[in-house]
Design a protein around this ligand. Structure first.
Ligand SMILES: [Zn+2]
Length: 136
């Protein structure tokens, strides 16, 4: 048996794409929508593959609490040169595109998955019409 459970999250985040020839090189923000899908293979005595509340707690502590209302920039970006300007700056070793953020979030979440479950996939929408999905 393979049971897939998806929990939905929303957070606000600013970013800029370093070295990009387009509007996204400018500092701007998105209201991101993140969907986290966890796979379980058997149900516990409560009839659950994994408690939705457990997914919520995990994703909030690992992803949402860190990235909500943060400014995320590639390390070395000229915009990051005055960190005093931004109280919640996260520098990452990659351009913070939707695709790279998905890979990063998966890397953070995978080691935290409860025994008997695994991370199946992540979907991240930066606008209503722009969605990336990572299947693991
Ligand atoms: Zn953007």
């Amino acid at each position: 048996m393979k049971m897939l459970l998806t929990k939905k999250f929303a957070f606000e985040m600013a970013h800029a794409l370093d070295g990009y020839d387009g509007k996204c090189a400018n500092l701007h923000g998105h209201s991101y929508h993140l969907e986290v899908t966890v796979e379980g293979t058997e149900l516990n005595s409560n009839g659950m593959a994994i408690d939705f509340g457990r997914i919520k707690t995990l994703v909030q502590s690992v992803v949402i609490n860190r990235f909500d209302h943060a400014l995320v920039l590639k390390k070395g970006s000229p915009l990051a040169s005055n960190p005093n300007t931004f109280s919640n700056l996260i520098e990452v070793p990659f351009n913070p595109t939707t695709e790279n953020l998905l890979i990063h979030f998966a890397t953070l979440l995978e080691p935290q998955m409860p025994i008997g479950t695994r991370l199946h996939g992540l979907r991240l929408a930066e606008t209503d019409s722009s969605v990336a999905e990572l299947l693991l």
